[in-house]
Design a protein around this ligand. Structure first.
Ligand SMILES: [Zn+2]
Length: 159
């Protein structure tokens, strides 16, 4: 399998595609069908999880309304959560560069997304959830490897 995007800068149209990918819907659907194709069951999508004690480093406004996380996939029995992160919106190290135009505002917005992801990770970990995060480009480049990683995570009993 030749990697489509991982080893070179993105073209303009690829950047635009990733910007449009807001909400991760297409990548989520892609992972959902991959899970079905590989016989991985026991997951639910769009489950709203809340509340738990907010982490100490939460900004005050977040603390007030409590941290709510809607993971892309929840495996209740294994207490495992899977996020499929869009490369652009979630700051992928390979493809998360801010567009040149209006770069400062983009950077602030994208950094805020990354901070929110990190807060969610800490809160979920504190609540004894196991977390797997998958990049959009990993799913595009090697779906089989992603499924293998998830299966490995699911076979481990997180207690
Ligand atoms: Zn990426």
């Amino acid at each position: 399998v030749v990697s489509k995007a991982a080893n070179r800068p993105l073209t303009r149209s690829e950047v635009m595609a990733r910007i449009r990918g807001r909400g991760n819907l297409s990548t989520e659907i892609k992972l959902a069908s991959a899970l079905r194709a590989h016989g991985v069951s026991g997951w639910r999508r769009q489950v709203r999880l809340r509340p738990w004690p907010a982490p100490e480093d939460c900004p005050p406004n977040v603390k007030k309304r409590r941290l709510t996380v809607t993971p892309d996939f929840v495996f209740w029995q294994q207490r495992l959560i899977v996020f499929v992160d869009g490369c652009f919106w979630h700051g992928c190290p390979l493809h998360g560069q801010a567009p040149k135009q209006d770069a400062f505002r983009w950077r602030a917005k994208l950094d805020a997304n990354v901070s929110r992801d990190q807060r969610a990770n800490r809160a979920l970990t504190a609540a004894k959830w196991a977390i797997v995060r998958v990049w959009e480009h990993e799913l595009e480049d090697d779906e089989g490897a992603v499924i293998a990683r998830l299966k490995a995570a699911l076979s481990v009993d997180p207690e």
